[in-house]
Every structure is written in C-alpha cells, then in structure tokens.
Design a binder for this molecule. Sequence first.
Ligand SMILES: [Zn+2]
Length: 114
Amino acid sequence: MHDRETESSPEGRFDVLLRDLLGFGLVQPCPEPHGATWQLSPLAQRRLDELGSPPPPVDKVVYFGHRCSICHEHVPTRRRAGSFVCDACTRPDDAGTVASKERHAQERSPLRSA
Ligand SMILES: [Zn+2]
C-alpha cells in the first residue's frame, strides 16, 4: 500500500474527521473487489456538489416568508435594492411581463382564501 500523502500529513492527523465520516455514514466501502477503497455516500456527494458550487447571486435567491413590498401579496419574492419584490412587480418594462403576470395570478389564486 503506497500512501505518499502521509509524508506531508502525518498519520492520525485526520482520524477525528475520518471517524466522523464513518460515524455519519458519509463514506462507504466500494462494493466491487478493489481492495480497501472507499467512496463517498450519495448524500455526501450531493452535499459536496452544493457546497462546492458558488452561492447564487442575491437576486436569484427566492424568499417565501415575505410580502412583496410593491403589491403586498404574500408570494415568492427576491431581494431588490434592499426590498422584497415579487417577479410580477420586478420588471414592468420587460417583454415577458404579460406572461409573467398571468402566471403570477395563477400561482396566487389558491392563496386568496386567506
Ligand atoms: Zn409584487
């Protein structure tokens, strides 16, 4: 077994971390007979994908717990210049405005009972 990494990182240095990986089930032995090889569990791989990708731009994050600061409807909103604004109120000049407003009304109608 060749382990060149032990030269730069003394054995035992990551034991705590590795035990956690085992304890949380984030790594698992390879199913095929490769010897003593391990792979990340599907959950760990998914989370690493998410954590490794850059955070979305502020205006791409959708908030569900705020009212639109323009129409005051309780709909999904995004941050625009410090305010929470729904998509329908965001770009009134855009070409897709009509379609956006229609979709907005459809999404909103089930909530009107409140
Ligand atoms: Zn709005």
